[in-house]
Design a protein around this ligand. Sequence first.
Ligand code: DC
Length: 225
Amino acid sequence: MTKRPFLVIAVDGGAASGKSSTSRELARRFNLLHVDTGAHYRAVALACHRAGIDPHDLEGLRDFLRRLRLGARVDGHESLVCLDDGEPPRLEDLRSEAVNAIVSGFAAEPLVRQSVKAYQRGQVELARSRGFSGIIMDGRDIGTVILPDADLKIFLTADEATRQKRRELEGASETVSDRDRKDSSRATAPLKPASDAVIIDNSSLSLDEVVDRVAGLFPDNLRPS
Ligand code: DC
């Protein structure tokens, strides 16, 4: 029996670079499972915040992470991270100012990155087992660390003014340059393109144009019908 083709796509980029919108639309068009890994760090930061865990208290953090169980709920083409109660946190909690203020600190902590790595890699099997034609995972280190063997790696960029405007439309007060500085300067898995990533600047492209451009890069033998 020949195995069904299964496409693995890694999408990385800075704050408000269009990763999630592009990945979500590609997932919808090509029956892929979309995994937003920023939500994983946000969920961990939210759980720690609620439990009063400080990212610098490494003993407390280690102990908390050991007990934290991340689950997944598939909703359409989205894989939603769930916390211990088995429910996905509300989007307004994941994207709250409180979480915005602390998430980069947690994401820079190797203990946190280590604890989400297996969960993120496990999403590939989840997508296969649910009959998707592939997976599209977006974040900062997907092509470099989480899925280094991905069939296609995209690194999205846009000029700072464009990204700042997008962020403000979302209601976030932090500047994209501040967020990127924190995410690029950390020692573990910093934001940077994989050497084999295709870099797409989408400053003056519509969402459809970016999606078409990425779809044009799918390897022929793995192209979902
Ligand atoms: O994309 P976002 O704003 O939801 O990401 C939240 C934070 O998590 C941000 O500080 C970057 C970090 N992050 C990361 O370090 N690695 C990823 N793969 C995804 C997000």
